[in-house]
Design a binder for this molecule. Structure first.
Ligand SMILES: *[C@@H]1O[C@H](CO)[C@@H](O)[C@H](O)[C@H]1NC(C)=O
Length: 153
């Protein structure tokens, strides 16, 4: 590979992990968790929204600080592709949060987790994606964040 091309490649691959603009989850009270940042990789066109190709893998990283500890964490990711605020499109069904974060979850500690998502052909247009991490032993303990994507045709 030409050296200049390689430098360009390096630049593009560094720049493609983008901070995405985060929004609060409506109807989900989250006084027990602060979300600092959400990154999607790749997302070269952020931060307002990320252009997503179907059936391609994206890594989402959440930087947060929970005000609770837990050994029984659940993680779920849903899309609102119907745009009716029901978030009925399952992207990651409820799964053990301890698979992606070291459990017990450390209270009052800034930390991050990442997971891989992919959208299927049922998703179209621009819509929000909601990431929810909660304590299965006390569902009042929840971290929740929303960001927008636009699925390419
Ligand atoms: C993603 O999370 C795993 C632990 O589940 C960690 O080992 C890895 O370094 C993380 N990757 C990034 C890019 O943060």
């Amino acid at each position: 590979m030409d050296a200049r091309l390689f430098l360009l490649y390096l630049f593009v691959s560094v720049a493609s992990s983008e901070l995405v603009r985060k929004k609060i989850c409506k109807g989900v009270d989250t006084p027990t968790c602060s979300i600092h940042n959400v990154h999607l990789d790749p997302c070269p066109d952020g931060p307002a929204f990320c252009l997503i190709r179907r059936n391609k893998l994206y890594q989402v990283t959440v930087d947060f600080n929970p005000q609770f500890s837990s050994s029984n964490l659940k993680l779920a990711i849903n899309g609102d592709s119907a745009k009716d605020a029901t978030f009925s499109t399952e992207i990651l069904p409820p799964t053990s949060g301890c698979d992606v974060i070291t459990c017990p979850l450390q209270k009052n500690t800034r930390q991050s987790f990442n997971t891989t998502i992919s959208l299927n052909k049922r998703s179209r247009g621009k819509f929000p994606i909601q990431i929810k991490l909660w304590n299965e032993d006390n569902i009042a303990d929840v971290c929740c964040v929303i960001f927008n994507v636009r699925v390419l045709k």
